[in-house]
Design a protein around this ligand. Structure first.
Ligand SMILES: [Zn+2]
Ligand SMILES: [Zn+2]
Ligand SMILES: [Zn+2]
Length: 157
């Protein structure tokens, strides 16, 4: 599929495809420039959002056995959803199988690696967004004070 690379507002060429922190893709008009002082766009503010196609997974739906899709929401969270599920904008209802599951963060112990700060074992964590990091196993979240306690060693992979 050939993408149109000219701004529909002003006719200037569009810039290169950029990927946001949440995994969305966009192209900005080259006649516009982000102004840090006014926190707005000088010139043409056209932005073209590219649709990221959902990825089909090898995994099968536990409810109906159809293929599962990996979908990224507007907020960058990932979920698995049954491929037979369809949203009907006319009736505002979904049809097909309603199975979905959020991807959760996972933590695996890294037995052979010690924290360079305190010597405790490290853990390998995969966030719900699919990012991987190593962190110190003594680091935990204190719900009462809403702060992280323990050693603060973190290494993003
Ligand atoms: Zn433009
Ligand atoms: Zn299903
Ligand atoms: Zn540590």
């Amino acid at each position: 599929m050939e993408e149109k690379t000219v701004c529909p507002k002003c006719g200037s060429p569009l810039g290169a495809v950029e990927t946001t922190k949440t995994g969305k893709q966009l192209q900005r008009c080259s006649a516009g420039k982000w102004n840090k002082e006014t926190r707005s766009v000088d010139g043409c503010d056209y932005v073209k959002w590219l649709v990221v196609e959902p990825e089909t997974l090898e995994e099968k739906c536990p409810k109906c056995g159809s293929a599962l899709l990996l979908v990224t929401t507007r907020f960058g969270r990932k979920m698995k959803r049954c491929s037979t599920n369809k949203w009907d904008p006319a009736t505002k209802t979904s049809s097909g199988c309603d199975y979905f599951a959020w991807l959760k963060a996972t933590v695996e112990p890294l037995e052979k690696e010690a924290c360079p700060k305190c010597g405790a074992p490290l853990v390998l964590m995969t966030t719900a967004g699919g990012k991987r990091l190593k962190k110190c196993s003594t680091n935990t979240w204190d719900r009462q004070t809403r702060t992280a306690v323990g050693c603060d060693f973190v290494q993003w992979l």
